[in-house]
Design a protein around this ligand. Structure first.
Ligand code: SF4
Length: 451
């Protein structure tokens, strides 16, 4: 295919949420949550609890988390989370009770909490927030060292349907290079405990693009993972971001150096190898990162639509979404700043207002809808978009979509009724996503000073 479009870097931005948190700002009016949620649909909400503690800080990680917790901090953190749950439940009101369609505990490492603390976290979700954990999909993230039998037993008993283990690599030298030192034997022992706990879905996270990783060592990690027959595998490209342990490898900012371009090519090669290997072993691709075993149990009711439904996030790094406002607490990546924000959260008594976030107008809602559909392998059904917004995506984003088609990354299927990324389009998802950021969000992200 001949393209007139200039080459673009494939690894620009992982769009797991739009707008990104770096586009959030303090909300001058600090709106009252009861007003924020008034009139919002609440019959298929997502619930998310954020636990910002880890045993180590992985070199690639820019998530909101701290290493370790001084005596008493996790207890005070859960106290605050409970106060927040009470405040949010009050704000939602009883007139139209909220119904939750799915739940997740993320972080950080939720299993940094002890078994008793995890029990308390589940109690808060159920009794304070009204989330029926056993009736809906519940996903929990864990690290090998903290996936202990007692914690897993609590989670299984409380209804966890998915346990996601951050492995990254089964090669010890690669784990060290990613600043996540771990012994393969310990990781395999953790996988054994997870299988013993009989949580229905095991997800294994792997990373490609690590220093020293080769085609053969990548294949080795994939094969060790496959031996556990995980229901899901996520393949993540390594990103090096400001203020993380691997920040030394970041671009100079003066344009891509030859080494960066070579690293792009390596990551694309590992991606294609990983994708092809998983497809050959009975997995289906759901997005650039997500692969699910074809015979794995379904995760959740199919009436849930992440493009439109709201989210309640508890904890200092969690976001909450309504149709017109996304909000969270302050955001940082550097450790001293994170510690300060966690301490401030643990001391907070008034959770009745949104303090930090971004308004989402209709233009942003269109962009978000498009991103959340187009970056999935299943693509964007044009009729769904039209039903929600009254126009077709081709009317709203003609230039962006034409450019993708010109690159050979986008196909119109079913007589134009479905917009779907091609294999190469999916491979370049992290370049496709940013093309749909609004100028305002782009400017806010660029103005954000990492701290
Ligand atoms: S990648 Fe996971 S385990 Fe590692 S520091 Fe980040 S949140 Fe913690």
């Amino acid at each position: 295919m001949t393209t007139t479009a200039a080459p673009v870097r494939p690894y620009q931005h992982y769009v797991y949420a739009y707008p990104h948190k770096t586009a959030y700002r303090p909300l001058p009016d600090r709106p009252v949550l009861a007003d924020v949620w008034a009139g919002e649909a609440r019959d298929a909400l997502s619930f998310y609890a954020h636990i910002p503690f880890c045993e180590v800080r992985c070199g690639f990680c820019n998530l909101f988390t701290r290493v370790g917790a001084p005596e008493g901090l996790t207890g005070r953190y859960l106290d605050a989370l409970e106060r927040q749950a009470i405040a949010v439940r009050e704000a939602l009101g009883d007139r139209r009770p909220a119904r939750f369609a799915n739940a997740a505990f993320g972080g950080g490492t939720p299993t940094f909490l002890t078994a008793d603390e995890l029990t308390r976290l589940c109690d808060i979700a159920e009794r304070r927030m009204g989330v029926d954990l056993r009736a809906i999909p519940l996903s929990v993230e864990a690290s090998p060292a903290t996936a202990t039998a007692d914690r897993l037993a609590v989670l299984a008993e409380r209804g966890a349907t998915r346990l996601s283990l951050g492995v990254q690599s089964f090669v010890e030298a690669e784990a060290r290079a990613a600043v996540r030192p771990q012994r393969r034997a310990d990781v395999e022992a953790a996988l054994g405990r997870i299988r013993d706990a009989a949580i229905p879905v095991l997800n294994i996270d792997l990373i490609y693009g690590i220093d020293g990783q080769t085609s053969a060592s990548w294949r080795h990690s994939l094969d060790v993972a496959l031996a556990w027959r995980p229901e899901e595998v996520y393949l993540y490209p390594l990103y090096v971001r400001p203020l993380t342990g691997l920040g030394r490898r970041a671009d100079s900012g003066t344009g891509p150096a030859a080494a960066d371009l070579a690293w792009d090519r390596e990551r694309l090669a590992r991606y294609r190898e990983g994708r092809d290997h998983l497809l050959a072993h009975g997995y289906r691709q759901h997005s650039m990162r997500m692969f699910r075993r074809a015979d794995a149990p379904e995760q959740g009711p199919d009436d849930y639509a992440c493009q439109t439904d709201g989210m309640i996030g508890l904890g200092c790094g969690a976001r909450s979404y309504t149709s017109t406002l996304h909000y969270a607490f302050d955001y940082a990546v550097a450790m001293p700043e994170i510690r300060g924000i966690i301490d401030a959260y643990a001391a907070t008594t008034d959770f009745s207002r949104a303090r930090h976030g971004r308004r989402v107008d209709e233009d942003e809602a269109r962009r978000r809808h498009l991103l959340q559909s187009l970056l999935q392998a299943a693509g964007l059904p044009v009729a769904e978009y039209r039903e929600r917004f009254g126009t077709a995506p081709q009317d709203d984003f003609p230039g962006e979509l034409a450019e993708l088609a010109d690159r050979g990354w986008l196909a119109e299927e079913d007589a134009g009724r479905l917009l779907r990324l091609t294999d190469e389009g999916l491979a370049h998802s992290d370049a496709v996503g940013p093309a749909f950021f609004s100028p305002a969000v782009r400017a806010a992200m660029a103005a954000h000073e990492p701290r």
